[in-house]
Design a protein around this ligand. Structure first.
Ligand SMILES: C[S@@+](CC[C@H](N)C(=O)[O-])C[C@H]1O[C@@H](n2cnc3c(N)ncnc32)[C@H](O)[C@@H]1O
Length: 212
């Protein structure tokens, strides 16, 4: 469904307590957004933020950033983020390809890729968030032992991602092609897309991989 343009959505994001807009223009690293040294987890393409907010509320000792490149989606995400929530998360209106500009090297503990756009045409594979060019970016900002956690309903994207990760030397820590029929579902927090796909009876793939 196409989201409607709402007048003033960018200005709304600029003023929202839990939103950071265009961090690359601010001249500081996002690590400084928190006044503690808790581990940092990042979700790329957080959509309307269900996973981001619920995961942050569940884990007060971790700092979260959810990147969303669409202003319309980021606006809707911010609308569901409340000032009275704990201050361990931000929605970042920005493209996730700028991670090395906005984070200190070796400073992120985990990156979540939840139901990333599949980009099915081979000529568009470079846009996939698990393309080797993105893996190179993640290697730089993830700290030693840092992990990627990926979920998708798209089997082609999943197999491609496994291949890219293995070819780049990442250690596959877990992998399932049926998350909801597996033991790994225990601590799972559903995303908006995941809820929809599970209702449709689709199987969800999940993997976790450790930085080489
Ligand atoms: C298919 S939706 C999934 C949303 C959410 N993760 C979920 O599972 O419900 C993908 C979202 O990622 C965003 N996105 C895609 N590529 C991105 C990038 N490079 N940086 C930031 N956001 C991105 C899109 O705008 C879209 O809102």
């Amino acid at each position: 469904m196409r989201l409607r343009y709402v007048h003033g959505q960018y200005e709304y994001l600029q003023q929202h307590e839990k939103a950071i807009t265009e961090p690359e223009k601010r001249g500081y690293k996002l690590n400084e957004a928190f006044s503690n040294n808790n581990p940092i987890h990042v979700e790329l393409g957080c959509g309307k933020g269900k996973f981001l907010r619920e995961t942050a509320l569940k884990n007060p000792g971790i700092n979260y950033f959810g990147f969303e490149k669409s202003v319309k989606v980021a606006y809707r995400c911010a609308k569901c983020m409340f000032e009275e929530d704990p201050d361990n998360y931000f929605i970042v209106y920005s493209n996730g390809d700028i991670l090395t500009e906005v984070f200190e090297p070796n400073s992120i503990e985990r990156i979540y890729l939840n139901f990333s756009d599949p980009w099915p045409k081979p000529s568009h594979y470079k846009r996939r968030l698990t393309h080797r060019n993105f893996l190179e970016v993640y290697r730089k900002v993830l700290r030693e032992g840092g992990e990627i956690h990926m979920k998708t309903d798209n089997n082609d994207l999943f197999e491609y991602s496994l291949q890219e990760l293995k070819a780049d030397g990442w250690e596959i820590l877990m992998c399932t092609r049926d998350l909801h029929g597996s033991e790994f579902v225990k601590d799972n927090v559903m995303t908006e897309y995941e809820e929809r796909f599970v209702q449709q009876g689709k199987k969800i793939n999940k993997l976790a991989a450790r930085r080489p």
